[in-house]
Design a protein around this ligand. Sequence first.
Ligand code: HEC
Length: 263
Amino acid sequence: MLIRFLKSFPSISYKLFLLIVFLLTPFVAFSAGEKIDYPKQKWSFSGITGTFDRASQQRGLQVYKEVCSGCHGLRLLAYRNLKAIGYNDDEIKAFASENNVNTINDEGEIVERPARPSDRFVSPYPNDKAARAANGGAYPPDLSLIVKARPDGANYLHALLTGYVDAPAEKKVPDGMYYNKYYSGNLIGMPQPLYDDGVEYADGTKATPEQMAKDVTAFLAWASEPEMEDRKRLGISVILFLLLLTLLSYFAMKQIWAPIKNK
Ligand code: HEC
């Protein structure tokens, strides 16, 4: 029926339609993806035209700083990268200088200095062993790439952060472990990090665990892929360009062959 409908158009439209379907197939195929059962959240950054929500990212940075950074590093991000989510140079300078980094002075001794915008985010522990020792043997992973490193990363992270529930009666939860319905195996070494009003948002948004989980995920999704917006913009222009080029080549071909065909 659809085909008959399309065939009723001049043949060029039919071919064009097939071409467009052909070009769009990869998107449909990719978005089908693996099936994982984390509750699906609405993310401003999903889809091929999605962009980050600056206000949410800024709140997420606050959650990271006030809650997660006690245990998790973000070592692939430099303070100056925060410019991309709407901070100016002075704010970044002030933010960076709240942390200290080691440096070597003129006498060759290791001394501390305040971090600069060009420094990477300072990690909470000097090394992996110190991190494990402070967390009962569990290792709090660096969060720079976490949203990319887990399948369905944004939904997973949101689910994990809001997934702390009472363990079912038959499940034994050892000391230093916590029950989380979305963590694989359900026993995680991370205590529930988000509680009502865990932070006080500068913009007055109510800090529910749900809201904080959303914001910190939006922030970490950006940290995992700061170039996402550029990548999508480029992708869309390339597709438009290729479509246009295809059309042009088609009509050029028609014109070039016209004298021969008409003979
Ligand atoms: C008190 C320390 C502590 C705080 C605070 C904390 N975490 Fe964790 N986190 C851990 C530890 C320890 C692990 C490793 C758990 C394990 O291996 O069982 C972990 C694991 C994780 C994981 C990895 C889960 C996986 O799939 O492997 C993510 C993601 C995570 N934390 C995110 C966060 C975020 C986001 C925050 C802030 C809202 C946060 N954490 C706050 C200690 C902490």
